[in-house]
Design a protein around this ligand. Structure first.
Ligand SMILES: C[S@@+](CC[C@H](N)C(=O)[O-])C[C@H]1O[C@@H](n2cnc3c(N)ncnc32)[C@H](O)[C@@H]1O
Length: 251
């Protein structure tokens, strides 16, 4: 039986084995996306449940794409709405997330102030040109006492350039041009157009500077629990953290 805390949250253990499993699945992203995104969504929802109960809660998945997370959130008892700016992304891998999503921008969420219990976003912040505006929007739509779960890939991490990695270390524009030359097409994650340099420092400052929300947790999303202190080490954190998870509670 799953252990539950008093508040209805469920403990989550970020073990080394769990990280190895995630990175193994990650290597199959291109060949078997359903497997990879299914593994990631189950892991993420289990992690989310350690911060907030989900049963009966209204969760918005900002930039939810084809809706793998939405499926898992629903399986956990949540009501889930996806907001994504790209209708084609919502139909990726033969899926049909627009059946329960709306097309809209993370920079101007089509939701009222304080209207959701949980505002969730995975791997979207590095795709918007104005990161703090997206994060502001996530806090705005969350009700007092509700939770914001915001995670994104750091630019200086080994996967910072996405499919143009590791050449992004020589510059995003160079990495994109190099990709275009070799593949005869622009990368899907095209620096300065659909992908931007997202750092930990900027968003940690944003999170700690808010008066209307407080920081519940900051951690490297995919790494074991013992790696958590790395988020406090300037520069090193930008490389090692890989994917930064910020969890805030709305006052
Ligand atoms: C890398 S995918 C992540 C999908 C999913 N959240 C995940 O973690 O698997 C980025 C998603 O963000 C969406 N996106 C990018 N810019 C956006 C914006 N300004 N507003 C809403 N969605 C956006 C894209 O359409 C895409 O579905």
């Amino acid at each position: 039986m799953t252990a539950r805390t008093d508040e209805g949250t469920v403990p989550f253990r970020a073990t080394l084995g769990r990280s190895v499993g995630l990175f193994s699945a990650f290597r199959r992203e291109q060949t078997d996306p359903a497997l990879f995104y299914g593994v990631l969504a189950r892991d993420t929802v289990a992690q989310l449940r350690s911060y907030t109960p989900l049963d009966g809660r209204l969760v918005v998945d900002v930039g939810g794409g084809p809706g793998y997370f939405a499926d898992e959130l629903r399986a956990a008892g949540a009501r889930c709405l996806c907001v994504d700016s790209d209708a084609a992304e919502m139909r990726l891998h033969g899926r049909d997330a627009d059946a329960y999503g709306v097309q809209g921008s993370a920079l101007d969420l089509p939701l009222r102030d304080g209207s959701v219990d949980v505002c969730f976003s995975s791997n979207v912040l590095e795709h918007v040109p104005d990161r703090t505006r997206m994060a502001d929007e996530m806090v705005r739509v969350t009700r007092p006492g509700g939770l914001v779960y915001l995670s994104y890939t750091l630019w200086l991490s080994p996967w910072g350039g996405h499919e143009t990695s590791p050449w992004h270390y020589l510059g995003g524009a160079y990495a994109a041009e190099r990709f275009a030359r070799r593949h005869g097409r622009r990368p899907k994650n095209d620096f300065g157009r659909t992908m931007y340099a997202a750092h930990a420092k900027e968003m940690l400052r944003w999170a700690r500077g808010r008066a209307d929300a407080y920081v519940v947790d900051v951690r490297p999303r995919y790494l074991p629990g013992w790696a958590k202190p790395v988020v406090h080490v300037p520069l090193l954190r930008e490389i090692v953290t890989w994917n930064l998870l910020l969890v805030l509670r709305r006052r």
